[in-house]
Ligand binder design. Structure first.
Ligand SMILES: Cc1cc2nc3c(=O)[nH]c(=O)nc-3n(C[C@H](O)[C@H](O)[C@H](O)COP(=O)(O)O)c2cc1C
Length: 301
């Protein structure tokens, strides 16, 4: 009932682990796969080893999470052991990555492609570093050029840029990516950035002072973004932002998503949030006489 296909990738259900929440280590990603996710995304890999930002880097502030992890990475050259172990995972493994320039993105993509991940998730939307990420997601021309170059090295592996919502140009960036060959579009990376101040010490809580917002607080923003994307672009859409219940997945699909990613939902509902959301979807579909996911995609338009 929940099987589906996105950009040639066949999944047993439409729930995918979002990049970053659980790192790159195969043992934890295996647990996510075994607990019901349709696919898993590894934390974004960068060109060089990077420590990320000072602690605290993740905060649950009540209605959502705030993070400024800052893209810590072992660097693609130090991933040999991880890649070997990731091969044992029972569901498709999507590789997220980033660079500080088009040539760095391409360099990392070339190395990743050798390990044959199921899909390339191009992180053009991280708000938590000074140099990387979001700059590529804010300018349609730059984003288009980047995707064009990545498609040249991707071979048959589908390419999915992951957008930042933090720009007036979001729809134009998505269109430029699709016009340059993107096989799917993921929306969105975290929102903001925001800030939380500890009133007792009169200082921002996060080590980086600011952080990207995720979790339940951003879900209506995400839904509107997906709705707009569905009207603008001709490519499958993966929704990400605040999804944790079966009806959240269904809502995102009605807005136009073919599949969804879940990150913060793990904090709220546990590592088996994927199987919980799937059971809830199946129950809703039965109750409402819906036989396949295709019936849902874009049905709110
Ligand atoms: C702790 C943490 C680390 C993250 N790391 C990455 C990352 O490495 N690459 C990326 O593209 N997105 C990263 N994200 C963003 C998530 O993949 C996702 O887009 C965002 O959290 C919204 O989804 P959610 O509300 O389900 O968490 C991270 C988010 C969090 C909370």
């Amino acid at each position: 009932m929940l099987t589906m296909e996105i950009a040639g990738l066949k999944l047993k259900n439409p729930t995918i682990l979002a990049a970053g929440f659980l790192g790159t280590s195969a043992s934890i990603l295996k647990r996510v796969a075994d607990s019901g996710a349709g696919a898993v995304t590894i934390k974004s890999i960068g060109p060089e080893p990077r420590e990320g930002n000072p602690n605290p880097t993740v905060l649950c502030w009540g209605e959502g999470l705030m993070n400024a992890v800052g893209l810590p990475t072992p660097g693609y050259k130090n991933m040999t052991r991880e890649w070997a172990e990731l091969k044992d995972i029972s569901v498709p493994v999507i590789a997220s990555f980033y660079g500080g320039s088009i040539s760095e993105f391409v360099e990392v993509a070339e190395a990743i492609v050798e390990n044959k991940p199921a899909m390339l998730d191009v992180n053009i939307g991280c708000p938590n570093t000074k140099k990387h990420g979001a700059v590529f997601g804010k300018d349609p021309e730059t984003a288009g050029k980047l995707i064009n170059k990545i498609k040249e090295v991707a071979g048959s592996i589908p390419v999915m840029p992951k957008l930042t919502p933090n720009t007036d140009n979001m729809l134009e960036v998505a269109k430029a990516c699709v016009d340059n060959g993107a096989d799917a579009i993921a929306g969105f990376n975290t929102w903001g950035p925001g800030m939380v101040i500890d009133v007792n010490v009169r200082k921002p809580v996060m080590g980086f002072k600011t952080g990207g917002i995720s979790g339940p607080a951003v879900r209506p923003l995400m839904v509107k973004g997906i709705y707009d994307l569905y009207e603008k672009i001709d490519a499958p859409i993966v929704a990400v932002g605040g999804i944790m219940y079966g009806t959240d997945v269904i809502e995102a699909m009605m807005a136009g998503a073919t599949a969804v990613e879940i990150g913060s939902g793990i904090h709220y509902r546990g590592i088996d949030v994927f199987s919980k959301a799937c059971s809830e979807m199946e129950a809703w579909m039965k109750e409402n006489g819906v036989k396949s996911l295709e019936e849902l995609v874009g049905s709110a338009h």
